[in-house]
Design a protein around this ligand. Sequence first.
Ligand code: AQP
Length: 327
Amino acid sequence: MARVLSGIKPTGKLTLGNYIGALRRFKDYQEANETFIFIADLHALTLPIDPKELRENSIDIASFYLASGLDPHKTTIFLQSAVSEHAELNAILQNYLYMGELRRMTQFKDKASKMKDEAIGLGLFAYPVLMSSDILLYDSDIVPVGVDQSQHVELTRDLVRRFNARYGEILKMPKAEVPTTGAKIMSLSDPTKKMSKSDPKGDIFLKDPMSVVKKKIMSAVTDCGSEVTYDPVEKPGISNLLTIYASLEDIDVKEAAKVFVGYRYGDFKKAVAEKVVSVLEPFQQSYQEIKDGRLYEEALKEGAEHAKKIARKTLTKVQKAVGLLVL
Ligand code: AQP
């Protein structure tokens, strides 16, 4: 049975990009694998965030996890901060990733380019070390992520090679699994930019009222011409909407394009909006029931207990390997 691990950081309101690239895929793993899905709340501290907002976002993500069909009896769902082994392994592994490597990470470059040097926290720079710790603590084989996170998984693989070459076969080699369609949903107002929760221009939020979802899709930026075809370079706006539709229909984007041959842009957008609403509306209702009933609390407590047992074993193995005295 393979181990699967993934998480989402509670930095803001979840977007349709988070849903398509990550969240909706998690439940597909839980039948045939040992699945660990966490809320990356320590990662959320890498950018300034209001404490109340962080707590609310964490509850939202837990509720969305359960609403997406994750079953706490099959999937271990937990808060990263509730399993202190993440921070402990981070303290060790930070010595095996190097400044030059971290500086080259696209996410760091993107985020840091929007900030003054004095305001960039060490945590933002060292983000991939903590992410490697998350992955390696559970001997994960598969890490389902959107395309933007695959560079961090590659770096984790470099770290495993380096660490194991020095200490023997201690860490398990993980692999990123990126969806063939929907690995990078773009902003509706600027389809050359990723839809991102910390840069919410052109986002569809999972909590948006349905009337707002429809409005956002109907006013999404489109391209010159009038044909609905998939061409991310010439027609990034239309291609993005086609990708959204294809992902939610579970079909290939080329197949989706065939559905809309002869459609005018306005009618095409209407069909995409209907598809998105048909998925988000029941999902949102279920999320609200789970949240109101605080059904996430028990799942998170039991999840953290189970996660801790497994994480402690790996941590002890690593501590011994590097020469720490474990009594
Ligand atoms: N636009 C997207 N399309 C497809 N997948 C996406 N993901 C994020 N945006 C898109 C995937 O969602 C998962 C959770 O991401 P995260 O919370 O760990 O942070 P992120 O990758 O940095 O996502 P955001 O929304 O852009 O967050 P901020 O703005 O806080 O940095 C990941 O698997 C990610 O690939």
